[in-house]
Design a protein around this ligand. Structure first.
Ligand code: TXA
Ligand code: MG
Length: 320
């Protein structure tokens, strides 16, 4: 075994021990970094809410190490949900299912349901398997801010408050999981994310509707303003607006000529490929937020596939 691998094993074992003993550990997933605690430990889970300054009405997603752990936290699972899990896990897909009583109220915000997913990231699944318990984890950012896609993003904002941070490099997907609820008469999209809804529809063989705020099954955490940098965000589609002053930034989906006068420009992909756009989106928003600008002009993505989730994040970032 190589020395690096031995160090990694040791680091994972130490982080797993922290989780078993009530610690809070930040870890990478394929989507964004999570801030984890044992899903069966309400005291450790309460610390997650404090560290993030997250309202208690907003439930956490429970992360598994393998598909069959689903029965440790959920029950009466519909066959359609099981087949989605079989086909799409590990991956950026969260299923909202009837919870088991063993899951503490603080994890589910008192709801009769629980969100579960199997992350597609070796460090995450090794950590959770070593801990031996499902791990509840929101994104590892202060509530309402842009999600972290590198360990450095977590360190800079929450480093002093967490017990450990596992560094797995930049996240491969870059936006959060797609959430599908099985709590209503029909499966419903609660959040667009890393798996395009078209792919879920083709497995389920039906067209899905997206929950609107106020719907009985809507995700309590889907607030109008979210994923938001501090800088004011103005969205555009098509022609790039000319900057009214020297304090403007520009966020482009693909490389193309821009008017002069922007103080900072970020281009998410050379050719606008949506996977690459998603992967780079949150890091670029953080860099622009740190730049000396007062307004950010952000281009919308084509509204298909991953573009739906990308535009959802941009719209919430621009909401006041
Ligand atoms: O990709 C992801 O999903 C990342 C990584 C770390 O796994 N996690 C993440 O967690 O984005 P968070 O807490 O930032 O967003 C979870 C969303 C919230 O909007 C919450 O309201 C919703 O999932 N949610 C969780 N459990 C739910 C439930 N039982 N019913 C409805 N919505 C739920
Ligand atoms: Mg979040």
């Amino acid at each position: 075994m190589l020395k690096d691998e031995r160090c990694r094993d040791h680091e994972i074992e130490r982080a797993a021990e922290l989780l078993r003993c009530g610690g809070v550990v930040a870890f990478p997933t394929e989507t964004v970094y999570g801030l984890g605690a044992s899903a069966f430990d309400p005291v450790a889970t309460a610390r997650i809410f404090e560290i993030k300054n997250r309202p208690r009405f907003d439930p956490l997603i429970v992360h598994l190490a393998q598909t069959d752990w689903i029965d440790r936290v959920a029950q009466n699972i519909p066959p359609a949900a099981r087949s989605l899990a079989q086909r799409m896990w590990p991956g950026p897909l969260t299923l909202v299912l009837e919870r088991r009583d063993e899951v503490p109220d603080i994890v589910t915000a008192g709801l009769p349901s629980v969100g579960v997913r199997l992350p597609d990231h070796e460090l995450a699944t090794r950590l959770i398997r070593a801990a031996g318990v499902p791990v509840c984890a929101p994104s590892a950012n202060p509530f309402g801010y842009v999600s972290p896609t590198t360990a450095e993003h977590v360190r800079s904002q929450l480093g002093a408050k967490v017990d450990a941070i596992l560094d797995g490099g930049p996240c491969r997907v870059g936006i959060e999981s797609t959430i599908i609820s099985f709590m209503g008469a029909q499966p419903t999209v609660l959040r667009h994310g890393g798996v395009p809804v078209e792919e879920v529809e083709s497995v389920l063989g039906c067209v899905l509707t997206t929950a609107q705020p106020g719907d009985p099954v809507a995700a309590p955490g889907m607030l109008k303003r979210h994923y938001s940098p501090a800088v004011r965000v103005v969205l555009f589609d098509g022609e790039i607006p000319a900057p009214p002053d020297g304090c403007c930034g520009l966020l482009l989906m693909a490389k193309r000529p821009a008017p002069t006068g922007f103080a900072a420009v970020e281009t998410l992909s050379h050719n606008g490929e949506l996977g690459e756009v998603a992967r780079h989106l949150f890091a670029a928003l953080r860099r622009l937020d740190a730049a000396d600008i007062t307004t950010l002009y952000a281009e919308l993505a084509p509204h298909v596939g991953l573009g739906v989730a990308i535009n959802d994040r941009l719209r919430r970032a621009a909401s006041v």
